[in-house]
Design a protein around this ligand. Structure first.
Ligand code: NAD
Length: 348
């Protein structure tokens, strides 16, 4: 352990910053928040007034500040890669929001920049630290349900237009130039990354079907990105699974994962009371009452900010370092490619 404090800057002061990054940094006694930058200067000013720190008027001005050790990149998807690489090249450690980047080449450039600068790059794949997922991983690692054969995992809610700090049909989430893809980037990325984290290994082939069923922009036209995506992934272990992402599950969120093994079934965030259930082939049912999944309406501490801070201060790999998330991004982009080509894609 070290007594050094981490001096951080926040780039992008929208909803995810306001609900997770900024309050979780503020609660971490090993952190000083030095300042904020957002396109919308009043937003940075509000955060500075509430949590302390200064307002920067550009990314460059923030990165030129030699006091700052690390930054959170919480902007729209289109700017993740460029700002992250700029920050890494300025010698800062970076916690970047998901989806890591809007192209595989950009995700690879981010990992290369972290390596070149000997800096930390963590991606906020917070499902890895959700409490029931942590316990699920321990049980899977000790073969509680035997050899995993298949899975189905889902993340669906009513869409990001009520979540964003700029809500409504004009949200950047619906703008292909800013988001690049829709539900698959917002939600599918979380679940595929989770499955690779829980089960290990790599995806060897991918097939995704992206479609826009219902979401409309302010002109009443269907949005230019997917509001539903269903994917099939094959892992090098032979596991075959489906990942469903939806912005049209109106009324109730679904964040459930079901894993089928040779000795039993594991259900995670499938039951409102028991967030983890193991149903063995013998008929025995083991119920774990751990937590409720974070939803848009149930924001709890993600633990990811503390993890980032600790990994930097103690110079260790984080739970979601850039290289491990690149593994998920390869599979996501293979699926997207398959949607465009209409055929299954092998992943190198
Ligand atoms: N890890 C998670 O569970 C999770 C949850 C929600 C959002 N996110 C991700 O966080 C990122 C931000 O999403 P959000 O929900 O906060 O959106 P939001 O619309 O609420 O806020 C985005 C903010 O970023 C600012 N911004 C956008 N581009 C910018 C740029 N290039 N430079 C400076 N400021 C910029 C906007 O002015 C706005 O204040 C997205 O990539 C999103 O996918 C992750």
């Amino acid at each position: 352990m070290t007594d050094k404090k981490l001096n951080v800057g926040i780039i992008g002061c929208g909803k995810i910053s306001q609900t997770r990054h900024i309050p979780e940094y503020a609660q971490n006694k090993n952190v000083n928040i030095i300042g904020y930058f957002d396109f919308v200067a009043e937003r940075s000013a509000e955060m500075a007034a509430q949590f302390g720190g200064e307002v920067f008027n550009s990314v460059e001005a923030m990165l030129a500040n030699t006091e700052i050790d690390a930054v959170s990149v919480c902007v729209a998807n289109d700017a993740h890669a460029d700002i992250t690489i700029q920050a890494l090249n300025a010698g800062k450690d970076v916690l970047c929001e998901k989806p890591m980047a809007t192209s595989l080449a950009d995700a690879e450039r981010m990992v290369a920049a972290a390596e070149k600068n000997n800096a930390k790059l963590m991606i906020d794949q917070n499902q890895r630290l959700a409490k029931s997922h942590v316990v699920a991983k321990q049980l899977l690692d000790r073969d509680e349900i035997g050899n995993v054969l298949t899975f189905k995992t889902t993340f669906g809610h009513g869409g990001p237009e009520t979540w964003s700090v700029d809500p409504g049909a004009n949200t950047w989430f619906f703008d292909k130039n800013k988001s690049k893809y829709g539900a698959i980037f917002d939600l599918g990325v979380h679940k595929l990354d989770l499955m690779l984290y829980l089960l290990g290994g790599k995806v060897t082939s991918a097939f995704s079907w992206l479609t826009t069923l219902d979401k409309r922009d302010s002109n009443g036209d269907l949005i230019g990105v997917d509001d539903n995506a269903i994917s099939i992934y094959e892992f090098n272990s032979g596991v075959l699974g489906t990942v469903t992402a939806s912005w049209t599950y109106y009324g109730e969120e679904d964040n459930a994962t079901i894993i089928y093994g040779s000795k039993g079934i594991m259900k995670i965030y499938d039951d409102p009371q028991y967030s983890l259930k193991v149903i063995l082939n013998s008929g025995e049912v083991i119920n774990y009452e751990i937590d409720r999944i974070q939803t848009n309406d149930n924001q709890t501490s993600s633990g990811m900010i503390d993890e980032f801070v600790d990994s930097v201060l103690n110079n260790r790999a984080s739970i979601a370092d850039g290289a491990s998330v690149l593994n998920s991004m390869k599979a996501i982009f293979a699926g997207i490619d398959s949607n465009e080509k209409g055929q299954k894609i092998q992943v190198n």
